[in-house]
Ligand binder design. Structure first.
Ligand code: NAP
Length: 309
């Protein structure tokens, strides 16, 4: 049997090298050069073209080549009954927590303001800050959000977290469910989105959510662009209700050349790099799931298609 990698952005040579050491005798093919489709029993997918997964008649496992799984539910074209797994990766967790802490501390230490003063050659000390006086809200307390919330609490910030199901994290005030969202957001000085993107969370950071956050707050979105209604974000920034944003993900990627976000004075942005899939870190768990699939054993990091994450 064979595995197919469906991703335009990955280096197939690197994956083949890793899999040769992990799964001897299993061929790794690269979409669209799949050879005999009947031979493929596992697909490793990132933004697969519409209908691609359904075209593989003997598929027994779909592995999301990322921690997020929203890309798999874009077209409503998944082959019925085929289990889906995703990555849960230590490297991505470390990368994401570092990104979030960088954005939060950069804001608190007024680094952007000091860069502007430096450019003007001005020695201009601003008011001192204490992390304990800043409230940081983390939306999503899963594999990534929980770690970021814990580490921010460890730095002394007052941290509030929000998830679908109840969560208990030492040092973090946890809320859950749609009805508690406005209450959770209310006192936040900074809000970081690390939610799964599903039908329920699409556009969750809209004008209504921004209005619930106290004036002068700061937004960090490193989950998915679909969580934020960009027009509402721009309106909240331009009205002065929100004081700034760090954005790693966007409604459409790459960000359009004419997007007003590019040169907005209150926006710092990065090109979807806050937690990158690294072959050497992720190949092991994918190979392990292949082995489990063939042995009929329980899979790691299974996705529930009904809740879309
Ligand atoms: P995860 O483990 O699946 O956690 C998702 C979190 O979202 C969970 O806490 C879940 O609540 C919460 N959630 C889902 N639906 C909700 C709802 N309707 N109401 C409230 N909370 C809800 O995901 P992850 O691995 O931490 O990833 C988090 C996000 O980061 C994803 O969007 C992923 O795509 C994104 N990501 C971005 C990058 C990047 O480079 N920018 C890299 C990797 C991942 P429960 O805990 O109650 O289930």
């Amino acid at each position: 049997m064979a595995i197919v990698l469906i991703s335009a952005s990955q280096d197939i040579a690197q994956w083949r090298e890793s899999f040769a050491a992990l799964l001897s005798g299993v061929e790794l093919r690269h979409w669209p050069d799949i050879g005999v489709a009947d031979e493929i029993d596992m697909a490793i997918a990132w933004k697969a073209p519409e209908g691609a997964l359904k075209s593989l008649p003997n598929l027994r496992l779909i592995c999301s080549l990322g921690q997020g799984t929203d890309h798999l539910f874009r077209f409503d074209d998944l082959p019925p009954g085929v289990p889906i797994t995703r990555l849960v990766d230590d490297s991505m967790r470390r990368q994401m927590t570092a990104y979030v802490i960088a954005a939060v501390t950069r804001r608190l230490c007024r680094m952007a303001d000091y860069a502007a003063y430096q450019a003007k050659g001005e020695w201009h000390p601003l008011a001192a800050y204490d992390p304990a006086a800043a409230v940081v809200g983390v939306l999503g307390l899963g594999a990534l959000g929980r770690d970021a919330a814990e580490k921010l609490a460890g730095l002394g910030f007052e941290v509030r977290g929000w998830s679908r199901n109840p969560a208990f994290i030492p040092g973090v005030e946890c809320f859950n469910g749609k009805r508690s969202l406005a209450e959770m957001l209310g006192p936040c000085d900074m809000v970081c989105c690390l939610l799964a993107l599903t039908s329920e969370t699409l556009g969750i950071l809209d004008a209504r959510a921004f209005a619930a956050i106290k004036p002068g707050a700061y937004l960090i979105n490193s989950a998915r662009g679909g969580h934020v209604v960009e027009a509402d974000l721009l309106a909240a920034l331009d009205s002065g209700h929100l004081d700034g944003a760090t954005l790693d993900v966007f409604e459409a990627e790459p960000l359009a050349a004419d997007s007003p976000l590019w040169d907005h004075p209150k926006v710092e942005l990065t090109p979807h790099i806050s937690a990158v899939t690294m072959v050497q870190s992720c190949a092991g768990q994918i190979a392990e799931n292949y082995r489990r699939m063939t042995a009929g054993q329980p899979l790691l990091h299974v996705v529930d298609p009904d809740r879309e994450y």
